[in-house]
Design a binder for this molecule. Sequence first.
Ligand code: NAD
Length: 461
Amino acid sequence: MSTPDIPRLLSAQARWAQVPLKERAAILLRLHDLVLDRQDELMDAIQADTHKNRRSAFEEVMDVAITARYYAHRGPTLLRPRRARGALPLLTRTEVTREPLGIIGIISPWNYPLTLTLSEMLPALMAGNAILLKPDELGMRTARLGIALLSEIGIPRDLIQVLEGGAEAGTAVANNASFLMFTGSTRTARKVAATTGPRLIGLAAELGGKNPMIIAEDADIELAAHQAINACFSNSGQLCVSIERILLHRSIATEFTERFLALIKNMNIGPGPGWDIDMGGLITPAHLQHVDAFVRDAREQGAEILCGGHALPELGDTFYAPTVLRNVPESAKLYRNEVFGPVVYLETVASHAEAIARANDSDFGLNASVFGSRATAWSIAKQLESGSVNINEGYAATWGSIDAPHGGWKDSGLGGRHGASGLLHYTRPRTIAHQRGLTLGDGLPASTMTTLLKLGKHVLR
Ligand code: NAD
């Protein structure tokens, strides 16, 4: 593991913070075109690191472009000083400035090695910070290429330091950052929080899920079955917002199941850069064993395997068949725990109320999906304990709504990313109030203040 050079990072940050907002934004915007122009090179690196299919790799490229565009366009407005209402109208002039925090620590997992390193850095850089980054060891090739692109657009080299390694490098990041953006498992987040807590620094944590999809009585079944393929098997199911359980209203359960299984049968699974490949491999053979152990446990406990449930060694040592289970007992490990692979189970429910109750009966609350008529789906969506809910879609509608916050409830996270808050959490506000004429601390009798307060109730809204 390399050791962070904090004085060097801080001096680069001090210089970067002097670069005008519009100039920082213009630099960020260059990345939008650069990643689109260099997409083949990026996707090759992502696929070499992760074995995912080309389309899933392209999703990462798109994410960086969208994030660069959003924060370049919105950043200057969100970050500029803003007037706030003063203590006394006309006599108190109050202004809030947004100052960078200093060094933003970023710890990333392996599943999206471009998005979760490069996109993650953009709002922090826009806000005037330096970066101390620890990518996952399995995504280093992609992370290095991403950082090289940042140099090409004009981000000073000294502004980003990368610590390579595992837990030890992550701990060094948490020990030196002024704010930590962590993406990974809930288990590791608790360890990281034990470092950031006593240091009294901010922590945003984007964690795992056991994400439900609800198919209501009045859903478009054809649409639901098609979208479920993407929602469950995109990136071979190694997606934090991936759907791992589908709750079917009993009136449509048979029709949906038949349609879903028929579509899975036609999936094109395999290695390589072909755009026609629907699903690639898993990250490592060890992760494949981890996924398979969940499935074996469920089978041993009586779950019915409707398709898959085995590796595909003829395709390579990381390929696992898309797997659908039914009648999974609550005692099976995968009933409540995240598998992080191409494995989903079906559950039939008697009513929408039961679907909502089951969906919410989880320690997690990252993502959910609902298929149904407009009225039914919105009504269900508003009752789900989940940071994001996609209607007639699996996960991309909320993820792609970058102007809106994206973060998990319950054990799925703390804070989040995207939107204004995904930028402003990398700053600290400074409030300056200039008092003129009347002073506040002394002078005014309580009776006058009482009259002013009563007046203020009606006037100051
Ligand atoms: P992980 O928690 O094992 O590792 C994540 C990162 O933390 C890695 O870089 C790892 O090296 C580092 N790390 C490990 N131990 C550490 C420690 N003690 N201190 C500091 N850093 C440490 O997670 P993973 O298996 O790599 O990733 C999969 C998990 O990430 C899944 O649960 C998935 O749902 C979640 N995830 C969430 C999101 C989201 O946005 N919510 C996105 C992607 C992945």
